[in-house]
Every structure is written in structure tokens, then in C-alpha cells.
Design a protein around this ligand. Structure first.
Ligand code: NPW
Ligand code: ADP
Ligand code: K
Length: 483
């Protein structure tokens, strides 16, 4: 299965234009779009009274088609027009609707509402009658189906700057837009159905995260695999009072399949680490030179979880960067470079992964999140600036590579909002890289598995649970690997 592409508003408009130039009339695309919405509604709702709210553009045009097709199926349908149709296709679709119009302000008594006011290209916040309607509908999101996007949601950012419709189901066309995957848009859309309306494939560097993007390259062990061949991973421990986070990463790394995982511990923390380790191995170091030596032959190294915002952490990162290991740089190992991010960037390359939460991101890339149109753009610019993979954490984690690839994680689980879950994620990423997966794909796969594991557990999740939940998700992936 191919990765699920996400197209911007400009890209979808271009695909639309190409289809029309190639001989499919716009009204035919509108008929297909409306038919897909009517079909999705009939599949999910029993027959009931429907009110279709049509805007002046092509989104409204789709609405007139939905109204006609649901009426033809015997559903009681009323249509309300926010303004007269403006485009030729919308006028044609409206002309095919023979059921008359209900006044916009009449009491709302239908059991289902189809929001066809505005599409993804919304140029300015909803105002007037449209804004009032969005506010009224927001009281009954379970009865609202949005065409393309909930009206008021700009397609490229997913961040409404005014009143917005909240839907239980959104039917969009050809591909998702950023608004369907980025928060809060993702939440406002409800279930998202992507309907095929016969447009040609379009190129996109932006995808929605999921196994179809990386499962064929997942590093399963082979019959002749041995532990050294399955990837050597090291994790740098913090000082004696701060060792748990690195152990969480190490355990997660082992669960994700790395053959050998070693905790590299400051000597003074060796005994506390030793008390808590079994399959994870332990090695001490006292100086940056000893750390460099200990990591000389490893495939991947993780530094940051409870490492301490200290000069030692800074020099330890630089020491690891002198080895051939791919680096996963998290937490304190990010923060420690806040006064001179360039010093960090100068030692990174595309094998390395930075895993900041938004606060840490702002320390390395001051102002970038705020001044970017959305999180995808921010993560992409950061990856280019750092010349490394950047995984920007959140409910809608974004992973970006310096070459422009970006991936949005949509299975994010709020149960992950618990101390230490990021340490586990770092362990998962480092482990997959150590096993030979390309770093961008490793970060995507790790983020997806991490969220699936959290969802599997649900309430009461603590970070310690996550490594032990990974095998259930891995088994599902393993059994589906040929599918
Ligand atoms: N391939 C596909 O994807 C296909 C897509 N299709 C459908 O087309 C839809 C996109 O259609 P669209 O471009 O006509 O946009 P849409 O939002 O209906 O209307 C724009 C109009 O609204 C106005 N306007 C804008 N903002 C406003 C505001 N806040 N308050 C008030 N007015 C506002 C704006 O006016 P202007 O800014 O020009 O003054 C303009 O007149 C898409 O969502 C999908 O449903 C299918 O039919 C076929 C294949
Ligand atoms: N509300 C949420 N929804 C989905 N994922 C979340 C949410 N809150 C946090 N996460 C995820 O949980 C992890 C938290 O990581 P981090 O902030 O580094 O925590 P810690 O440093 O305590 O390990 C990240 O993977 C993040 O994407
Ligand atoms: K809409």
C-alpha cells in the first residue's frame, strides 16, 4: 500500500485544474464529490431529516448535489443558501436541485446537517450568517457532516481564526489537506473519509504517518541474524540521582529489537544503575574521551533523557558526534545548546534525530514555531537549519527531514501526556536506527508504534508500561508485513 499523501490547497486546486484540462468537466468532478458525500452519509446514518447548508462557491455546489442525491434516496431534505451560487459549476449544481430553498434563519429542526458553506481554501474568518450558523451547529457536532473541511477551518493550517463548524464526519476529496491532520483541525473534523473523484496522482513530500509508509523496510530479524547484527545501541545515563529516564530509553530500545543495548553510565552512578538492569548491559565512563571510546563501535547513541543541563552533557554530545554512531538527541541534550544552537548543528547530519517538545524546539529554533504558518513548515525549516531529522512532539507530532520530506502522526494518544513517555520514544527511535532503518523512517515508525502502544493501554498508562506494550503492536505489524 502506498503512503497516504497530504496535499496543500494549492496542490489540490492544481490537480483539479489538470483533470478539467484533461477533459473531465468541473461539474462532473462536483457530481462525483457530492455522490461520495451522500454515500458516506447513507453508510453511517439511518434515514433521517437533513438540512444542507450551501455557501456561494464550489463547496456549496457539492452541497446541492448531496441534497439532490439524498432526496433521490427518499430522505427528507431541505436546502438553505448562504448566498446565491457564484461559480458556473455551483450554478449548474444548484439548477439541478428541484426541492426549493428554506430561509437561512428558520429554526433548525433537522436531525442531520451537511455543512457545505466553505471549503479548504477559506480566505478569511467566517463572519455574519455563516459565523452564526457555525456557532449554532457547534452545539450538536454529532449531527454535522462537513464537505471537504468543517467551514471556518483553513485547509493549510488546521488553525481556525474565528468561528468554526465542528463535525462528526468530514468527507474530503482525493487526499487529506494539512487541516485534517494538524490540531485542532484534526479534532474538529471527526472521522475523515477521503473520496476518490478520479483525479490523477500528484507528487507530495508530505504524508500521514502509518505502516504503509515504512513497514516494507521494517528491520525484522532474519534466520541467520545474531545479536551483533541486530544493532548496537547505547544510551547515556544521567548522574546517580537521575538515572531512570535513560534506563527507560534503554529498555525501550531492547524491546524495539536492537540486539545489544548498553547503558553508558558516569562511574558514580554505576551501582544504582546496576541494581536495576538485566538484559540491558552497563559500562562506566568518567571523561568525554572514555565515552567516545565506549561508543566507538555502536550503530546508534541516545543522549538527553535526564542527562542534566550541564557542561558535561554538552561535551558528551560532542564526543558522541565524533563516533560513527547515529545520534538521537533529546531533552537536556537539546536544552544544553540553547545559547549556541549552531554548535550543535555543526556536528549533526541526516542520520541524526532531534526530538524536541515545543519548549525544547523554541530553545534551538527561537521564534520559528510562532512565525511559521504551521507546525509542518516549522519542522521542515528546523530540519534544514540543523541538517538533521527533527521530530516535533505533540498531539500531532511532525517528523521532518532536511530534504523536505515531512510526515504527520495522526494516531497520537493523550495517554502519552505522562512523564517519561518521551524517553521511551527516544529509545524506540534509536533502536530502529541501530537496526539499519533510515533515520527519518525510523522516527516515523517509532512515533506511530509509541502512540499505538499508548492507546492499547489507555487510562492509567505510565511510561514504564510502554516498552512492554510494544510487542503486541510489533506482532500486529509482523503478521501484516506482507499485506
Ligand atoms: N478537487 C477537488 O478538491 C474538488 C473540490 N470540489 C469542491 O470545491 C470546493 C472549493 O471551492 P471554492 O474554491 O469555490 O471555495 P468555497 O469555499 O466553496 O467558496 C469560495 C467563495 O466563498 C467566498 N468566501 C471565502 N471565504 C469567505 C468568508 N469567510 N466569508 C464569506 N465569503 C467567503 C469567496 O469569495 P471571495 O473571497 O472571492 O470574495 C468565494 O466566492 C471544495 O471545498 C470542494 O467542496 C468539488 O466540487 C470538485 C473537486
Ligand atoms: N496530548 C497528547 N496527545 C498525544 N501525544 C502526546 C500528548 N502529550 C504528549 N504526547 C506525546 O508524549 C511524549 C512526551 O514526550 P516529552 O514531552 O519529551 O516527555 P518526557 O520528557 O517526560 O519523556 C511525546 O511523544 C508527545 O508527542
Ligand atoms: K464545508
Amino acid at each position: 500500500m502506498a503512503a497516504r499523501k497530504i496535499l496543500t490547497v494549492a496542490e489540490i486546486a492544481a490537480a483539479d485544474r489538470r483533470a478539467i484540462e484533461a477533459g473531465t468537466p468541473g461539474i462532473e468532478l462536483m457530481e462525483r464529490a457530492g455522490a461520495a458525500v451522500a454515500e458516506a452519509i447513507a453508510e453511517r446514518f439511518s434515514q433521517r431529516s437533513v438540512c444542507v447548508l450551501c455557501g456561494p462557491g464550489n463547496n456549496g455546489g457539492d452541497g446541492y448535489v448531496v441534497a439532490r442525491l439524498l432526496k433521490a434516496r427518499g430522505w427528507p431534505v431541505e436546502v438553505r443558501a448562504l448566498a446565491a451560487p457564484q461559480s458556473a459549476d455551483a450554478k449548474a449544481a444548484a439548477a439541478r436541485w428541484d426541492g426549493g430553498l428554506t430561509a437561512w434563519e428558520a429554526p433548525l429542526e433537522a436531525r442531520l446537517y451537511v455543512d457545505a458553506m466553505f471549503g479548504a481554501g477559506l480566505a478569511r474568518p467566517l463572519s455574519g450568517d455563516a459565523a452564526t450558523m457555525a456557532t449554532l451547529l457547534a452545539a450538536h457536532p454529532e449531527s454535522v457532516v462537513a464537505v471537504d473541511v468543517p467551514s471556518g477551518l483553513p485547509g493549510d493550517s488546521g488553525d481556525p481564526h474565528g468561528p468554526v463548524v465542528v463535525a462528526a464526519l468530514t468527507v474530503t476529496f482525493h487526499a487529506k489537506k494539512p487541516a485534517h491532520v494538524l490540531q485542532p483541525g484534526h479534532e474538529l473534523c471527526g472521522e475523515v473519509v477521503v473520496a476518490d473523484i478520479g483525479l490523477a496522482e500528484a507528487h507530495s513530500d508530505l504524508t500521514e504517518n502509518g505502516p504503509e509508509a515504512w513497514l516494507v523496510r521494517f528491520p525484522w530479524p532474519k534466520p541467520n541474524s545474531h545479536k551483533h547484527a541486530r544493532g548496537r545501541l547505547v544510551v547515556v545515563s544521567g548522574e546517580a540521582w537521575n538515572t531512570g529516564a535513560a534506563r527507560l530509553s534503554a529498555r525501550a530500545g531492547l524491546r524495539m529489537g536492537a540486539g545489544l543495548v548498553t547503558l553508558l553510565s558516569p562511574s558514580e552512578a554505576l551501582s544504582v544503575n546496576a541494581t536495576h538492569l538485566e538484559a540491558v548491559m552497563l559500562k562506566g565512563f568518567d571523561t568525554e574521551a572514555e565515552l567516545e571510546q565506549a561508543a566507538a563501535d555502536v550503530d546508534a547513541a541516545i543522549i538527553g533523557p535526564a542527562a542534566g543541563v550541564t557542561e558535561n552533557t554538552l561535551v558528551n554530545v560532542l564526543a558522541l558526534a565524533r563516533t560513527g554512531a547515529a545520534l538521537v538527541i533529546d531533552a537536556d541534550a537539546i536544552t544544553v545548546f540553547r545559547d549556541d544552537p549552531e554548535e550543535l548543528f555543526s556536528v549533526l547530519d541526516v542520520d541524526d534525530v532531534l526530538t524536541p517538545h515545543p519548549g525544547e524546539f523554541d530553545r534551538l529554533f527561537p521564534g520559528l514555531l510562532k512565525e511559521s504558518p504551521d507546525r509542518i513548515a516549522a519542522a521542515r525549516r528546523a530540519a534544514q537549519q540543523a541538517d538533521a531529522i527533527v521530530l516535533l512532539k505533540g498531539g500531532d507530532t511532525v517528523i521532518a527531514a532536511p530534504d523536505g520530506r515531512a510526515c504527520v502522526n495522526t494516531n497520537g494518544s493523550p495517554w502519552l501526556a505522562t512523564a517519561g513517555s518521551g524517553d521511551v520514544l527516544a529509545g524506540f527511535i534509536g533502536s530502529l536506527i541501530a537496526q539499519g532503518m533510515e533515520s527519518f523512517e525510523a522516527a516515523c515508525a517509532a512515533a506511530w508504534i509509541h502512540a499505538e502502544a499508548a492507546e492499547l493501554h489507555g487510562p492509567g498508562l505510565i511510561a514504564e508500561d510502554l516498552p512492554g506494550l510494544a510487542p503486541t503492536i510489533l506482532r500486529r505489524l509482523y503478521e501484516g508485513r506482507l499485506g
